[in-house]
Write a protein that binds this ligand. Structure first.
Ligand SMILES: [Ca+2]
Ligand SMILES: [Ca+2]
Length: 269
């Protein structure tokens, strides 16, 4: 009898030991967003950029313009950038103002809205074909003339207030967006650098020294890292990420975990 009790005790101890092992607290990456990030083990893991790239690649690619009723960038932006206070309108990125969804600059009307490539499409020369050219994570409604003024300038602090988008500043080669979207801009740019890698035939990368050419490089990296800290993720940005997830099936990891940027980009020049 005593032997039996001893065996039972050992069995119980062994069981509870192994049980507590498998019962360890799950990491924040395992539990967040229904396990979307479960392959991430730690912020400082080796190859974090590749792990994130593998998670976000393979998204649905929509058309820039679809003449039938299918989802395209126009229709998607009406959802992703809808004015929370007026379902008939979208919010303009650089102005911050609200404009009717119907006021599209399809015939080049000044002060109607069009589709801004936040990662300027000339920087990598990817155009508007499905892929980087139609990736909703960096496409935003903008006032037509403000979009032209931004052109393919890189993002950095400095310059004079823009005549129309008065909260933005610009000089000959850079564009400083209004404070409320500085972080949003940074997190869109981080997404593009990780989403598009060599295997896509287009490897977009961020640099501290962007040049005036068609290389797939954009910047200024050190400024974008600052903006990511200055302007934290807000409700509009979070909702936008969810809406895009429902349309193209991938998330912006830098909206979900803004700190990822500091582990992927900070050491680079
Ligand atoms: Ca913001
Ligand atoms: Ca890249």
């Amino acid at each position: 009898m005593r032997k039996l009790l001893l065996l039972l005790l050992i069995a119980t101890l062994t069981f509870s030991c192994s049980d507590s092992n498998s019962d360890k607290t799950p990491s924040e990456f395992e539990t967040a967003y229904n396990g979307y990030y479960k392959t991430v083990t730690a912020y400082n893991q080796v190859g974090l950029k590749t792990v994130l790239h593998d998670l976000i690649k393979g998204n649905t690619k929509i058309k820039y313009t679809d003449t039938k009723a299918n989802m395209d960038v126009w229709r998607a932006l009406e959802q992703t950038d809808e004015d929370p206070n007026n379902p008939d309108n979208v919010i303009l990125l650089y102005l911050g103002t609200s404009i009717p969804k119907a006021s599209k600059a399809k015939n080049n009307q000044n002060d109607f809205w069009n589709r801004e490539h936040v990662w300027a499409k000339s920087r990598g020369d990817f155009g508007t074909s499905p892929g980087a050219g139609t990736d909703l994570h960096h496409l935003r409604p903008t006032d037509k003339t403000v979009n032209s003024a931004r052109g393919n300038k890189w993002f950095d602090n400095g310059g004079n207030p823009h005549a129309e988008a008065k909260e933005c500043k610009t000089d000959s080669d850079s564009w400083e967006p209004r404070n409320a979207i500085k972080g949003d801009i940074a997190r869109m740019m981080f997404y593009m650098a990780v989403r598009y890698e060599a295997e896509d035939g287009l490897d977009l990368e961020l640099t501290n020294t962007p040049q005036d050419n068609k290389e797939p490089e954009h910047g200024v990296l050190s400024t974008l890292l600052e903006w990511n800290k200055q302007d934290p993720v807000d409700a509009f940005e979070k909702k936008r990420n969810e809406t895009i997830y429902s349309i193209q099936g991938n998330r912006n990891p830098f909206i979900d975990f803004p700190d990822f940027a500091n582990y992927i980009f900070v050491a680079k020049n």
